[in-house]
Design a protein around this ligand. Structure first.
Ligand code: SF4
Length: 432
């Protein structure tokens, strides 16, 4: 039996790309191997959003060198955001790698796998929807990004925005629902800009409407939105369509207008606050999360405090905080001094995290003794995990009086959970 192993690091988009590539390889007759040492085809799906991620990829690439020597007929490929338009430098650094593929550039790999393993991919690879998907799974709907935030490498690696057709996405989600998927998260770097590059006039609200009609599907989520594209129409559709979950991730990146300008984020903090107000006024029980970078070049202490003030005022349900690190090739790397010390960056990040922990402790305590709807995703060490519609992580057990609890399989079921414990990062409870 011929086998493959895909090693993935990075964002949900990379996870989705790996699932799709795995689906193509399975359709060619390969099966998944748990270790790269046992696989005929090894793919590393890379991320370079932070230096630490890139270091991990480089370390793993170096580890594959002896494997290659042992199995010279195997296929080794590097894909994801580490592979840019110019691959000569990577080819020189890692001569043992067969192929360097830009994100979603699957064909050359399938071609080479076919050639080395004696398989015909063109006859057998159909839809790339995962063959054995999880009950909650990702569906990329846009590739690339048309914006140029100064700190970000993604537009250089994933190219300009290209949205898939509504009919194509709906067909894939129907297939996934038939394979047991109950929740899809539609993905794009600026997901709320869906359709702006197409001339059929469809936007994200239209897509939601179409997906909302799919039988067997219970929930629809979307990631990641950009404040410039969050329209009243999208907000209303989240409020009105029963399957679209009331959770919006809207990265603000900084709470200071001057820093936002230097980041090339085309909105002010006042405009951002207005959008959050509209979201909260329109969508009952909505949860809102955000992304924030501290220590951006030139960020003064007072500007950092403006960010803390915004976080304190808006009381997000989650903050994905990060200390700025220079990414070679970005506008910031070329034109700005990384002049905030490591010490200050770490102190600012810690300050942000501490503030967020105390806000979340207070928000989540409001769930105590409440009953929430959770999609049961999996069971680990006896306890189930799942998420609320608002994307809160919940650990739960089946009510003790149910003697068959250990035999009950709740995977993919919507269950009502009474919350008995609430911490800043998760909730815990029992079935009602
Ligand atoms: S919106 Fe900005 S941060 Fe997001 S992918 Fe595009 S350039 Fe990068």
């Amino acid at each position: 039996m011929q086998t493959y192993h895909i090693w993935t690091i990075g964002c949900q988009m990379n996870t989705a790309d790996s699932e799709r590539l795995g689906s193509a390889l399975q359709q060619m007759g390969l099966t998944a191997a748990a270790r790269p040492a046992d696989a005929d085809v090894v793919v590393l799906n890379s991320c370079v959003v932070r230096q630490s991620a890139e270091d991990k990829v480089t370390g793993t690439l170096n580890l594959t060198q002896p494997l290659r020597k042992k199995r010279p007929d195997s296929v080794l490929a590097l894909t994801g955001c580490m592979v840019g338009p110019r691959t000569e430098e990577l080819e020189k650094r890692f001569p043992h790698v067969d192929l360097f593929l830009r994100p979603q550039q699957f064909e050359p790999l399938l071609e080479l796998v076919g050639e080395r393993l004696g398989l015909d991919w063109q006859g057998c690879v159909g839809s790339l929807a995962p063959q054995q998907p999880d009950v909650a799974t990702y569906v990329p709907i846009i590739h690339g990004c048309d914006l140029m935030c100064t700190f970000c490498i993604i537009p250089y690696r994933r190219g300009r925005q290209v949205s898939r057709a509504v009919s194509d996405i709906a067909h894939e989600v129907e297939l996934l629902a038939a394979r047991g998927v109950r929740e899809v998260t539609v993905l794009g770097q600026t997901v709320d800009a869906y359709g702006h590059d197409r001339d059929d006039g469809h936007d994200l609200a239209d897509l939601f409407e179409r997906l909302n009609d799919i039988d067997g599907l219970d929930r629809i989520r979307f990631l990641t939105s950009h404040p410039s594209y969050m329209s009243s129409r999208i907000i209303r559709s989240v409020a009105e369509l029963p399957k679209v979950c009331e959770h919006i991730n809207l990265p603000v990146q900084s709470g200071d207008d001057e820093v936002l300008q230097r980041m090339r984020r085309p909105y002010t903090t006042a405009e951002y606050r207005d959008i959050i107000s509209e979201i909260r006024d329109t969508i009952p029980d909505v949860t809102v999360s955000t992304d924030i970078i501290v220590g951006f070049p030139g960020e003064a202490e007072a500007q950092y405090r403006n960010t803390l003030q915004l976080v304190e005022d808006l009381r997000f349900d989650k903050v994905h905080g990060a200390a700025y690190s220079t990414r070679p090739g970005t506008i910031a790397a070329r034109t700005m001094d990384d002049d905030v010390s490591q010490e200050d960056k770490q102190r600012r990040l810690k300050g942000l995290e501490e503030m967020q922990e105390s806000i979340l402790t207070s928000i989540n305590s409001g769930y105590l003794n409440e009953t929430v709807e959770v999609l049961a995703e999996n069971r680990k060490r006896g306890s189930w995990t799942g998420r609320t519609r608002g994307n809160k992580l919940v650990y739960f057990d089946i009510e003790e009086s149910d003697h068959c609890a250990a035999d009950i399989d709740l995977t993919g079921k919507l269950v009502d959970i009474r919350i008995t414990r609430a911490g800043p990062w998760s909730l815990a409870g029992v079935t009602v």
